[in-house]
Ligand binder design. Structure first.
Ligand SMILES: N[C@@H](CCC(=O)N[C@@H](CS)C(=O)NCC(=O)O)C(=O)O
Length: 160
């Protein structure tokens, strides 16, 4: 059985949960607070970041959401998520990178830091300027997502 060591609010952990569900891979959830840097967690990932997925029976430990998703993409045939021509697959990877890097850096990262980590770990109040800036950038990203939804052909795929 796969065990996903993850933090519920971590967007990279969420991406892996969704990917495994789409692929039909059974897994158990293990909650990890990465900032606690537990020794057992550091043994799995010296960078102390969620998510990490392990399979004790097979002696496998995988680290990093993109590496984990691509592993299951390559080893489980059901519901290919990085599919189509090489050009289409490059575009899928670009969009994943956009969310993992730009959206996380501009929006999710600062919101998690200000609203959750500062309160739980540092016992500090959030900085309202950082929150305002993150929300402003969230709107800019949402405009771009609207543009993609309006202009890309996958919009016209009939969901039924
Ligand atoms: N590139 C990594 C990023 C993982 C990451 O940054 N995870 C955050 C939580 S969302 C983390 O564990 N940060 C360490 C900390 O908060 O101490 C991935 O895709 O898995």
């Amino acid at each position: 059985m796969w065990q996903l060591h993850q933090f519920p609010l971590c967007p990279f952990s969420r991406k892996v949960r969704l990917h495994l569900a789409e692929k039909g891979v059974p897994f158990e959830l293990w909650r990890e607070n990465p900032w606690e840097q537990r020794d057992e967690f550091l043994d799995q990932n010296p960078a102390a970041r969620t998510p990490v997925i392990t399979n004790a029976e097979r002696g496998i430990t995988l680290v990093d959401s993109r590496a984990i998703c691509e592993y299951f993409e390559e080893t489980v045939d059901k519901n290919p998520l990085i599919n189509g021509t090489a050009q289409m697959r490059a575009e899928i990877r670009r969009l994943v990178a956009l969310f993992d890097e730009n959206f996380f850096g501009d929006v999710t990262g600062p919101l998690l830091h200000e609203r959750m980590k500062k309160r739980l770990v540092y016992r500090q109040s959030p900085d309202s300027r950082v929150l305002r800036e993150a929300m402003k950038l969230a709107h800019e990203h949402l405009y771009y997502i609207d543009y993609l939804v309006d202009t890309r052909p996958w919009r016209s795929v009939d969901p039924k």
